[in-house]
Design a protein. Structure first.
Length: 201
């Protein structure tokens, strides 16, 4: 089913050119327990490729990481993996356009942030949550002003959205700030539309 998601999308001519825009995507290296997670990840990859937006991600071949990378690469897109040498037990994606290695996990996160024009979080585990909340905090501290989106497949990110609302209601976050820091979207198509409006070619 996931492989059918890209069939109607326009194909780009294969090129060695590096895209002018990059989307850094945080997500799990596992499949999750719903086919919807993998399907949405692959669809996002297809849409990025079709719109000449490069992918920056953690470099793994499994789970949602592999699905979004395959969606990009199968449609002649450009995918950059950022891989920490300390990471054991996870397989690198073999077909990436570019693979960058780092010495530490923190260096990996910094490089992924530096290369991004926009950040997107898909469902994932504690590592994904750490990556997302770090870029949200850095935006709040004005270390960057890059747009941040969470793809809310199967309402996965609802608890985080509610937590930020609770922080605001309890007086630990300025009123209205949570809406400015991260936007929650329901589908890959809606996400692409928002990304396109934020990062012009």
């Amino acid at each position: 089913m996931a492989s059918e998601l890209c069939e109607t999308l326009p194909k780009r001519v294969k090129s060695c050119q590096t895209p002018s825009r990059f989307c850094t995507v945080f997500m799990g290296s596992s499949d999750g327990n719903s086919p919807a997670y993998l399907a949405a990840a692959r669809k996002l990859g297809c849409l990025l490729a079709a719109n000449d937006i490069g992918l920056v991600y953690g470099g793994a071949t499994g789970g949602l990481m592999g699905a979004v990378a395959d969606g990009v690469l199968d449609n002649n897109g450009y995918a950059v993996g950022v891989w920490p040498n300390v990471l054991m037990g996870v397989e690198q994606h073999p077909g990436l356009s570019e693979l960058i290695t780092t010495s530490t996990m923190q260096e990996r996160k910094q490089l992924m942030a530096d290369k991004a024009d926009v950040f997107v979080a898909l469902p994932g585990g504690s590592g994904t949550l750490d990556e997302l909340t770090e870029v949200i905090d850095f935006r709040k501290l004005k270390h960057h002003n890059k747009p941040i989106f969470a793809l809310n497949t199967q309402n996965f990110w609802n608890p985080l959205r509610e937590m930020y609302q609770k922080m605001e209601e309890a007086g630990f976050m300025k009123s209205g700030l949570r809406v400015q820091l991260c936007e929650f979207v329901g589908s890959p198509e809606e996400l692409l539309e928002r990304v396109q409006s934020c990062i012009k070619p």
